[in-house]
Design a protein around this ligand. Sequence first.
Ligand code: GLU
Length: 301
Amino acid sequence: MFRRRLSVLVATAALAMGTAACGGGTSSSGGGLAASAKPAGYAMTQATNIPASPTLDAIKSRGKIVIGTKFDQPLFGLKNPVTGNIDGFDAELSRLLAKRVLGDDKKIDFVETVSKNREDFIEQGKVDAVIATYTINDARKQRVGFAGPYYLAGQDIMVKKDNTTIKSVTDLNGKKVSSVQGSTSEQNIKSKAPQAQVLLFDTYTTAGEALRDGRVDAESTDNVILLGLVDKNPDAFKLVGAPFTQEPYGIGLKKADTVFRNFVNDTLAEAEKNGDWQKAYAATAGKVDPKPPTPPAIDRY
Ligand code: GLU
């Protein structure tokens, strides 16, 4: 029953997304599956000859890496209320990075970041890296550096299950739409549906509450985030399945620390080569994705 519902959801989403979002055909477990699906045995080992860099030196002397991630996004970063663990693809990539720097994937402090504070947290040194469904773009590159991309999402729309009028981004004109402050999603709706009335929240979960309450007609952000919310609320919400942007996810870092950026890119490349990326994906977002995506090419700018 559960499986069938997921596969219908995934098939619908995958069909609708076409090539715009190769990583999109996923759904979450509603909490249980992703939490219990920890990948067994990564191949990643501690790097020999870790270069000197401000961030790498700080991580080594602290004996822990501090990662900013989302705590309320199924599939990518979701805090388990019982264990306190962070589950999801972003959390697993964090573990691989901890393993490569410190030789231990448990030596991580996860700090919750929301969309609007990611650049601030990086600039202020509150985190060593942000791994949080974080789209790489030129405006953000003015303030922070990006390793990756490691995944390609696309912005989509979520509506109430009985909605039949919103089928594409232009249908949002004249409608009320929720999204999150400081996200590319906010900016994309404003440019692609300028007549939409956009209500902004701090997190995608609270933006979803506005849809449930009827304060808005739709919520818009990356397809993989919405699929996680649809899966948690299958009787209330559905994905429209008409992606209208490309959202390459990167790992946000201090802009000036090029050595650390190279190190993180090397870690991603290693994980893609040794199968750890695929294992991490399969145990999280890919748990319900019939066709695992190919990781996008790393941009070593
Ligand atoms: N990927 C988009 C962004 O970085 C939307 C998701 C998010 O806010 O984390 O803004």
